[in-house]
Design a protein around this ligand. Structure first.
Ligand code: ZN
Length: 185
């Protein structure tokens, strides 16, 4: 903790996570500005980094590039992790948030349910057991929302994105990476 720096594009789009040394170089070269630094003001003094000229630079936590960087939007791969992130680690049937999560095929595999963004959802163990291999209408359960391919695709690698949401000051810059499907009635 504390050594990672969130790098934003000039339009505040999250671009990358880098180490503090790299971020200091970007700031020192005038390529980026510090938006947030670690620590309180009094601590900042002690934690400042000193440049060759003896200037101190607060240890950045979030920096923003001055020049806009163009990047192709990466394709987000379908995986357990990306499904969990899309669903915000929340069971899509009962709303439980937690660690005991699994992936549920809404339309069961043996009924031809595909491995797709639209057919895979985050599910707690309890709901998974209750649903079993039955189609939804046979078990009286319903989805809280319609699963879709996430509208937002992070530029930064998913694992960095997910761990980044644990930094309180980063959260303001990380768009909610979630399915924005309509609520299922
Ligand atoms: Zn559940």
């Amino acid at each position: 903790m504390g050594q990672e720096v969130l790098v934003l594009n000039s339009d505040y789009e999250p671009l990358n996570v880098c180490n503090i040394r790299r971020a200091i170089v970007l700031v020192y070269l005038g390529k980026a500005d510090i938006l947030h630094a670690h620590g309180e003001d009094e601590k900042r003094e002690a934690e400042a980094w000193f440049t060759a000229e003896g200037q101190s630079i607060a240890r950045p936590s979030v920096v923003k590039l001055r020049q806009h960087v163009r990047r192709p939007l990466p394709e987000l791969k379908l995986s357990r992790r990306s499904i969990f992130a899309r669903d915000n680690y929340t069971c899509q049937y009962c709303g439980q948030v937690g660690k005991e999560l699994t992936i549920d095929h809404v339309v069961p595999k043996h009924n031809g349910g595909p491995m797709s963004w639209e057919n895979l959802v985050t599910c707690c163990k309890r709901c998974n057991t209750r649903k079993g291999d039955k189609p939804l209408e046979k078990c009286g359960m319903k989805l809280n929302r319609q699963p879709r391919r996430p509208r937002y695709t992070p530029y930064i690698a998913l694992n960095k994105y997910v761990s980044g949401t644990r930094h309180a000051v980063w959260r303001d810059y990380l768009p909610i990476f979630t399915d924005v499907g309509g609520v299922v009635q």
